[in-house]
Design a protein around this ligand. Structure first.
Ligand code: WQD
Length: 343
């Protein structure tokens, strides 16, 4: 009998790639998504890749009554992977209440129905943003959490605390928080990928849109940091490698292989890459000379961060497989598909 996994936010960027990997591993996948930052046709493209179309319930997790009714109809859910959240850092600064309400009310409602309907296992989409600017690099899971630099980052810190406290109070609930570094790229089929609404906040979609000619030029936010080339350093990992980690994590919980009821893993390559190095990677894989201009620093940016992924490597048996160029090539292929097919 196939185990049924509920994927909240499953039509989103990382969620959709995780659905493909879950289906490939023989899981039955159902999605809850309010389509705030995605479109319903993603399930058709998941089907084109995996051969199976996951069931999609268009529902806002903040609507606890509708969520309750839905879960009553799906009492055979074995576990939940929770992606559904607003995730634009600068938007969170201008709309803090929307972020706190959406990201935290939805999580509390989800944990509440899990407890009431005996759904024991949760994988939570967290972020390296909880570390702020770490003192020590590469950053390990026991690094101290700095005060969040945005309401978005704060919702991830508070979210992890809510989950940890729930696993302490209710021994039936087991959870894993996955702290992503910077996910980039798209599925090699170029059928699913990142589709930011409006002007992209994140580097790689802005970069590929500039390469395609949608954007005039890429603004590089500062080259006066204390880094080898002066631009900020991040740990960019391929979204498919990231998606695979979610399947490993949910299996770990379902099979009872977790060592404690609440575990945290850093998911990154372990390599730091600067903005200017990311531009060079794009130029290598596309053959395009990218137009960019160095401008002032962006408020809230940290200088440098990259993961020490050894705990995930050892405990989960997971490591990234794609190189920066391979990941960047999938991002570029996806951009061309979106523009040519007007997705
Ligand atoms: C990366 C680097 C920018 C755009 C955030 C969240 C994190 C996660 C990923 C959700 C920085 C520089 C960017 C541009 C630039 N969010 N940059 N020009 O800020 O590291 O992480 O997004 O899952 O939680 O904190 O990612 O891609 O925005 O920026 O120079 O047009 O690229 O200054 O150094 P970030 P990013």
């Amino acid at each position: 009998m196939k185990k049924k996994i509920l994927v909240t936010g499953g039509t989103g960027y990382i969620g959709s790639h995780t659905c493909v990997e879950l289906i490939g591993e023989g899981f039955d996948v159902i999605i809850i998504d309010n389509l705030y930052n995605s479109t319903a046709d993603v399930v058709d493209r998941i089907q084109m890749i995996s051969g199976i179309k996951p069931f999609l319930e268009v529902l806002d997790l903040c609507d606890n009554k509708r969520l309750d009714k839905f879960i009553q109809k799906h009492k055979d859910i074995s576990a939940v992977i929770h992606f559904a959240a607003y995730k634009a850092v600068s938007e969170s600064v201008s709309k803090p209440l929307e972020y706190y309400r959406n990201n935290l009310f939805s999580l509390v409602n989800l944990l509440d129905v899990m407890k009431r309907f005996d759904i024991p296992d949760l994988v939570f989409s967290s972020s390296c943003t909880v570390y702020g600017q770490p003192e020590k690099l590469p950053v390990t899971e026991d690094a101290p959490l700095q005060p969040a630099t945005s309401p978005y980052g704060n919702t991830k810190q508070i979210g992890e605390t809510i989950i940890r406290d729930t696993t302490v109070s209710d021994k039936n609930i087991k959870a894993i928080s996955l702290r992503y570094f910077n996910p980039i790229g798209a599925h090699p089929s170029a059928l699913i990928g990142e589709l930011p609404r409006g002007v992209p906040e994140n580097l790689v979609p802005y970069l590929t849109q500039t390469g395609y000619g949608i954007r005039e030029e890429l603004k590089v936010f500062g080259d006066d940091y204390n880094t080898p080339d002066g631009s900020c350093i991040r740990d960019y990992l391929h979204v498919v490698d990231l998606a695979k980690a979610h399947v490993i994590a949910i299996k770990r919980l379902i099979e009872g292989k977790n060592k404690t009821n609440y575990e945290v893993f850093n998911l990154g390559t372990g390599n730091g890459v600067s903005v200017l190095e990311a531009i060079k990677s794009f130029e290598r894989v596309s053959g395009i000379k990218l137009k960019y201009k160095i401008v002032g620093r962006r408020a809230g940016d940290i200088e440098k961060i990259w993961a020490d992924p050894s705990f995930a490597n050892k405990e989960l048996g997971w490591k990234t497989l794609s190189s920066l160029d391979e990941a960047m090539k999938t991002a570029w292929d996806w951009e061309k598909t979106v523009r040519n097919n007007k997705l």
